[in-house]
Design a protein around this ligand. Structure first.
Ligand code: SF4
Length: 171
């Protein structure tokens, strides 16, 4: 009988203090409802790429050549570093037989959709975090949900069913 599915998770949702301000975003639904049914594989792209804790906050900015991940004050451009790191990390995750991923909403690194993007015309909400974008492109069939959708019992159960099915097909 297959063991518990391995599920990637934006690490701050587990209660780890890895956010730019040294705080966490502990999500009790994730820990209490999903936790007993899965094996977590925590990932914090900003920490793992070397930004440190605490660190300067970053945001998505629209440029002529695409969306960039920039330091809010310094304008330091993390896009290429984060993209290259994400590629390698996602290949490693695939080797771990990941069966799903729970992403932090609204993050310029982890947000799967509707992330704030600063543009000349003002702020839009149609961005995708740089790590999340790589994850969704490289593993298009992987079941993915964000913390906000997790609060919807129907969406949550659908995610769990898909992750268990994905897991069963790979074991
Ligand atoms: S949202 Fe992603 S990058 Fe930001 S602290 Fe959480 S895990 Fe790290």
């Amino acid at each position: 009988m297959p063991g518990k599915p391995r599920i990637g998770v934006s690490r701050c949702l587990l209660g780890d203090e890895v956010r730019h301000d040294g705080r966490h975003k502990r999500n009790s639904t994730l820990l209490e409802i999903l936790g007993p049914r899965v094996e977590w594989v925590p990932v914090c792209p900003e920490l793992e790429v070397g930004m440190g804790v605490p660190r300067e906050a970053v945001h998505l900015v629209a440029h002529a050549d695409g969306i960039r991940l920039l330091g809010v004050d310094s304008r330091m451009d993390w896009t290429d570093t984060m993209t290259a790191w994400a590629r390698g990390r996602i290949e490693d995750l695939e080797r771990l037989d990941l069966s799903g991923f729970v992403l932090k909403a609204d993050s310029p690194s982890c947000g799967a959709k509707d992330v704030h993007v600063l543009s000349d015309a003002g702020e839009r909400r149609d961005g995708r975090g740089v790590f999340a974008d790589a994850l969704l492109r490289m593993l298009p069939d992987l079941p993915v949900i964000d913390e906000r959708e997790l609060e919807n019992p129907e969406r949550r159960e659908q995610f769990i069913r898909r992750a268990l099915g994905y897991h069963a097909r790979r074991t």
